[in-house]
Every structure is written in structure tokens, then in C-alpha cells.
Design a protein around this ligand. Structure first.
Ligand code: ZN
Length: 384
């Protein structure tokens, strides 16, 4: 088989490079090995797929999406600043202090003040030990000691994502052509009807205007797997001679690609869905009435407000998940504090304690009230 992109390298059927219908870094699993050579996969991957995935990497990290190669979502360094400190976002939307710090300040009376900021008690203790060692001091040499454990609620996340641009559109066209490749024969993919879109994906067809925001065809609301699933559609009409792909990311962000206006194959109406978090995915046949699906195709005008509303909806869905996650963590911690290891019988006192602590935690969380606990540093150090 000849590689459709370079038209130079060839490979045995089913032995080309693995191309994903939805990028694996976005959670996609469906792939074809009948499209292109390794070289083009690498070249186009670096040029268009990676920048596309990077644009959405923040969401991938927040949702803890692992790629097809079981690689963890990336950690976003210094994703948010709070109270003069930077925090990294780790997979699953967990925040950690980016950098521990030690500051030494000479006081007017000749003494010195050392202050240590760390992301965990263990990290703080390790730093204290380092400092003591460096100056040949013991904890008893200090005039005063103060240690605090601070619990902060970070501000709600806001993420700017930039949509559009030819690289992003080329990446979308490549994904939808890949999905089509899983539905048609390798010969049909190479019969010349896709030359325009192939040249566009290669970066050699600036006049191609077949990629748009939003959906130019009328799509059914179902099937859905979750509120933030990705869906890829291929709708082809022998009567209209059109083969069109629609990519919907995270449930709301849509792109349409006209793959060819010289479609000479059968009618197709298929959707591939995947939940990016648990990777449940399915291929479905759509029950479509093709003429009404394409009814407004030629007079489609994209509405910027729709795109903005789509992005807002995604962010809202993420924030809701983040809030639920936080509530689960708080609940688990309170139950652990009052019930775990306290015998088999749940007493009235336990329930009262859990209820009152939970109420307090919720209020602090909702109003983002920070709390501080004093730690007995001497006791802590002697224990270690
Ligand atoms: Zn190639």
C-alpha cells in the first residue's frame, strides 16, 4: 500500500503506522494501519497532532486521561498562583506546591530567622534537617519555633484555549480522514477523491476551505456515553456526493470537515464515541434521514457565540467534576478521622462528629476559607 501522504513509501496491508481516529493523547483508541508510513506519521505528528493535543492537555491532566500507550497525562508546572506561591497541577486535577523554599533573614538583634515553606510535613522536616546540618545546630539552639499547617482552597481554574488556525484544522481533518479509513476499503481511500483534503493535511493546500467550526450537518443528540465524551461522525451521501466528518471534543467543541465533494461510495452514517476518562468506547450506526441531515449544509454560517458557549460549557462541566471530586475527598477524610479504626460499632457521637466536621469543611470549601493548625515542631522532630 502506498502512503497517502507522501505517495512514496509503501507498506504491507495492516502494517502502516498506527493512526488514531481521535488522538490517543485525548483518550482515543480507534486506529487504522492502512493509511500512511512511519515517516509521515512522525512528521505530521510533530507538526500538527502534537500542537493540537497540547492545546487540550490541560483538560487531559485535569481529567487524568492516560494515552493509548498508558502514559500519564502531563503535569502542568506552575499552573496556578495563590498567595504568592506557585502550584503544579498533577494528573487528576491534584495541586502541589511547585517549589519548596528556605529563606534566611538576619534580624537587627544579630539573630537569624529561618523560614521554610514546603508542600508536605515530610518535605518540611527534611528541609529543617538539612538546614540544621548546614549550620551545625540542633533544634534546641533556637530561641523560638513556630510551625503551621495551612490548608488552602485554590481559586477556580480558568483555562484559555485557542481554537482555529490551519494547524489545528489540519489535525482535525487528519483525524476524520483516519476515521473514514476505518470504514472504507484502502482502495477507495486511494482512488483520488480525497486528494484535496490529503494535500491540505500535508500543508500543501492553503485554499482548502473544507474545515469549519460547528457542525454543518444536523446530528442526532444520541448516542452519548457521558457529558464530556468525544464523538467522531462520518456522514456520506451518494445522492449529494458528499463525505463529511464531524469531530466533537469533550461533548461541546465541534468541527466539520468536508472530506470530499466527489463521493462515489455508498451512504454512510456512523459515529465513534469514547469517554476520555474511563475509555469506554463504541461504534454505532446512526439512524439518519440523509436529506434532512444535509438540509442546511450549503448555507451554513458559523456562529462565534456558539463556539464560546461550547467552551464555557466544557469548562463548567470540568468545574463541576472538580467540585464533586473535592467533596468526595473531604468526605473520605472526615470519615477516616472519626470512624476508621474506632471499632465496629458506629456510635451516635461518631455520626455527630462527622456531620459537624463535614458541615464546617463544606462551608470553608464553598467560601474558600483557609485554615491554619499549629504544629508542635519539637515533638514532631523528636518523633522522627
Ligand atoms: Zn509517507
Amino acid at each position: 500500500m502506498l502512503c497517502i501522504y507522501c505517495q512514496e513509501n509503501s507498506f504491507d496491508p495492516g502494517k502502516g503506522s498506527e493512526e488514531h481516529a481521535i488522538l490517543s493523547s485525548l483518550g482515543g483508541r480507534k486506529a487504522s494501519r492502512n493509511i500512511c508510513c512511519q515517516e509521515c506519521n512522525k512528521k505530521l505528528g510533530d507538526e500538527i497532532d502534537k500542537p493540537f493535543a497540547d492545546e487540550f492537555a490541560f483538560f487531559s491532566t485535569m481529567l487524568d486521561i492516560t494515552t493509548g500507550r498508558n502514559k500519564d497525562a502531563p503535569t502542568h508546572k506552575e499552573a496556578v498562583e495563590h498567595d504568592g506561591l506557585a502550584f503544579d497541577m498533577k494528573p487528576g486535577g491534584v495541586f502541589k506546591l511547585s517549589k519548596a523554599s528556605v529563606a534566611l533573614k538576619d534580624q537587627p538583634d544579630g539573630s537569624s530567622e529561618i523560614s521554610i515553606t514546603a508542600g508536605s510535613q515530610a518535605q518540611a522536616l527534611a528541609l529543617i534537617e538539612q538546614v540544621l546540618k548546614k549550620y551545625g545546630k540542633s533544634i534546641d539552639d533556637f530561641q523560638s519555633l513556630e510551625a503551621k499547617s495551612v490548608k488552602s482552597y485554590l481559586p477556580k481554574m480558568h483555562k484559555k484555549i485557542s481554537l482555529g488556525g490551519s494547524k489545528q484544522f489540519r489535525a482535525v481533518a487528519k483525524m476524520l480522514l483516519t476515521y473514514l479509513a476505518t470504514l472504507v476499503s484502502p482502495e477507495r481511500l486511494r482512488n483520488g477523491t480525497f486528494n484535496d483534503v490529503v494535500a491540505y493535511i500535508n500543508g500543501n493546500n492553503d485554499t482548502f476551505s473544507g474545515v469549519n467550526f460547528g457542525s454543518r450537518v444536523l446530528l442526532p443528540a444520541n448516542p452519548q456515553i457521558s457529558d464530556i465524551n468525544h464523538r467522531a461522525f462520518i456522514i456520506a451521501s451518494s445522492e449529494k456526493r458528499l463525505a463529511v466528518g464531524v469531530l466533537e471534543l469533550f461533548g461541546y467543541i465541534k468541527y466539520t470537515v468536508e472530506l470530499t465533494s466527489a463521493w462515489d461510495g455508498p451512504d454512510i452514517s456512523k459515529v465513534y464515541l469514547i469517554d476520555p476518562v474511563d475509555c469506554v468506547n463504541q461504534d454505532s450506526e446512526l439512524e439518519l434521514h440523509l436529506p434532512s441531515t444535509f438540509a442546511n449544509y450549503d448555507c451554513y454560517e458559523h456562529d462565534v457565540n456558539l463556539i464560546v458557549a461550547g467552551i464555557e460549557s466544557v469548562i463548567h462541566a470540568f468545574q463541576e467534576r472538580q467540585t464533586n471530586q473535592q467533596i468526595n475527598l473531604m468526605t473520605a477524610a472526615v470519615i477516616e478521622r472519626h470512624m476508621v479504626g474506632k471499632g465496629d460499632v458506629v456510635t451516635k457521637e461518631m455520626i455527630t462528629n462527622v456531620a459537624s466536621d463535614l458541615a464546617l469543611e463544606f462551608v470553608k470549601f464553598l467560601h474558600r476559607i483557609e485554615s491554619e493548625d499549629t504544629i508542635d515542631l519539637k515533638k514532631l522532630i523528636s518523633k522522627n
